[in-house]
Write a protein that binds this ligand. Structure first.
Ligand code: NAD
Ligand code: ZN
Length: 265
């Protein structure tokens, strides 16, 4: 693995590992890029097939659901089909391993994700979801959780059904929607508090696989920096994040196993 990285990048990984090994409070924010190597397209990738003429901003909003609930529901059923057989990759596993070891060291590793997939959990991580959960549904009107189509119920079916017919709430007859934070909606209060506290109190903030364009999540790195943290970014492509101290410009699945190996060596 080492041989595939340039000497300059290996030097940066070693620098980051040394910094991390010397600090106690770490806050990590992940985005769609960490799941890219598992085969889940990021939001900046062009949509394919049936959906190529739609922008995600036209589908992932409360207005879109009011205008055409069937269209939005169908898109999420399609996304669930894309995600259901995907497994955690080396990056998810490396973070889970780090959190596991942190339990017996004096490090505190808080993992926050913008992703709605459950690949961090599948890898064994404890994670705070800022933007909701792909496998949960709730009523769009009275907000009651809708249990009948959880991930478990999808899993329990032999032939997994992603029926596109709209479901209605047993309490108020409103349409059932995915339990996901759409553009223009507020983030869940408890999760945001956890993220803000971790970013404020951390000594190192690591931004992984996020384009750093969507606020308020994108502001967490700035919050950490203002409070004295150093910022590490792992992303093969440049982002508008200008406050980064160490840039590791490679795929998360290549960098993270190496970084954690170096850190614990
Ligand atoms: P993004 O698609 O905007 O950015 C993904 C980033 O990952 C890019 O910067 C890319 O260079 C990087 N990347 C690609 N492959 C990588 C790899 N192997 N390793 C490391 N990095 C890699 O995703 P985002 O930043 O997570 O988007 C922010 C939020 O915007 C999302 O969580 C989502 O909530 C929201 N959003 C939601 C929808 C929706 O459908 N609800 C649509 C668009 C955006
Ligand atoms: Zn309801």
């Amino acid at each position: 693995m080492l041989a595939e990285l340039s000497p300059a990048l290996i030097a940066e990984v070693k620098l980051a590992a040394k910094l991390l090994a010397s600090k106690r409070r770490i806050c990590i924010l992940t985005g769609a890029g960490i799941s890219a190597e598992s085969g889940i397209p990021t939001f900046r990738d062009k949509q394919t097939g049936l959906w190529e003429n739609y922008g995600v901003e036209d589908l992932a909003t409360p207005e879109a659901f009011v205008r055409d609930p069937k269209l939005v529901w169908s898109w999420y059923q399609w996304r669930r089909q894309v995600v259901v057989d995907k497994a955690p990759n080396l990056a998810h596993h490396a973070l889970a391993e780090w959190q596991y070891h942190a339990q017996t060291s004096d490090q505190q590793v808080t993992l926050i994700t913008q992703n709605v997939d459950d690949l961090h959990e599948q890898a064994g991580s404890s994670v705070t979801h800022l933007h909701g959960h792909l496998w949960r549904n709730r009523c769009g009107q009275c907000e009651a959780p809708y249990q009948d189509q959880s991930r478990a119920s999808y899993d329990n079916q032999n032939a997994m059904s992603f029926d596109e017919a709209l479901l209605t709430c047993p309490h108020c007859d409103g349409y059932i929607r995915p339990d996901i934070v759409w553009f223009g909606e507020a983030l869940p209060v408890n999760e945001w508090q956890t993220a803000e506290a971790a970013a404020t109190n951390c000594e190192v903030f690591i931004s992984i696989g996020t384009s750093s364009l969507v606020y308020p999540a994108a502001g967490l790195a700035q919050l950490a920096k203002q409070n004295g943290a150093q910022v590490i970014e792992i992303n093969p492509d440049p982002t508008p994040n200008t406050i980064v101290d160490i840039t590791l410009a490679e795929k998360a699945g290549m960098i993270l196993p190496l970084l954690i190996q170096e850190m614990t060596a």
